[in-house]
Design a protein around this ligand. Structure first.
Ligand SMILES: [Fe+2]
Length: 244
């Protein structure tokens, strides 16, 4: 099966790999964004943060008001950093598969929204519930341009073994029930857990890129390793025709 049919009618996702140089560059971009935030918000502790890179965030998170300090906006790369992405080879690979595409700006920040996540070891509250990305768009304002489809790109930057993304393969072809609750000024879907699901934990070693269908049921795994998991993601608007 080719990648497009995997995405549409197959397991609902496919994988690509970052090369070592690109993995290193993206790690550097994210780590510097992370440190800039901490230095600004916790200037008196900056000597502690300097010694602990983002993958060791769990060692210093006791000094941080975690929930307050890391809303999505704080984890979204500023324009200059985001634009460094466009030179990477994996973007060219994506363009070979989908043709030209745009990256969404869901929160109207004025440029492409590329945002990272940190999940500390053994912290259940650091991961959200299972969901399909489509539900967020259906519940909130859907500004997907005409003639485009949404496809998600998730990249592992630091992750050990099966402690990354979990998915329900082929679930893009199923229908699920969900309700919603209002959190952080937004409607967030709540999956009805009684429904049957076959969850698979993916091997997300650093540099793994998972490209998945907007209707695929997925979520982050609770991190049972000893290191903070760091990932980065964005939503692509691709031409409908690319998926025909
Ligand atoms: Fe998601």
């Amino acid at each position: 099966m080719n990648k497009i049919s995997d995405l549409k009618n197959g397991k609902g996702y496919f994988e690509l790999k970052l090369n070592q140089m690109e993995l290193k560059s993206i790690r550097t971009i994210v780590n510097s964004h992370y440190l800039e935030n901490l230095k600004e918000n916790y200037p008196l502790k900056k000597h502690i943060f300097k010694k602990n890179k983002i993958q060791n965030y769990h060692k210093i998170s006791k000094y941080i008001d975690h929930k307050k300090n890391w809303p999505m906006r704080a984890r979204t790369l500023p324009k200059k950093k985001a634009h460094k992405f466009f030179k990477f080879n994996f973007i060219k690979e994506l363009k070979k598969i989908f043709g030209n595409f745009k990256i969404s700006d869901e929160y109207n920040i004025g440029h492409e929204e590329i945002y990272w996540r940190i999940v500390r070891p053994k912290q259940k509250t650091d991961v959200g519930p299972l969901h399909c990305d489509k539900w967020f768009w259906d519940l909130n304002k859907d500004f997907t341009p005409k003639g485009k489809l949404r496809v998600k790109c998730w990249i592992s930057l630091w992750c050990k073994g099966l402690n990354g993304l979990r998915v329900y393969p082929k679930s893009q072809l199923k229908k699920f029930n969900y309700s919603y609750e209002k959190r952080d000024g937004e409607k967030k879907p709540v999956f009805d857990l009684k429904q049957k699901k076959k969850i698979k934990k993916l091997n997300c070693k650093p540099g793994t890129i998972i490209i998945f269908n907007d209707s695929l049921l997925h979520g982050g795994s609770v991190n049972n390793s000893s290191q903070t998991r760091v990932s980065i993601e964005f939503t692509m608007f691709v031409n409908k025709k690319a998926l025909n």
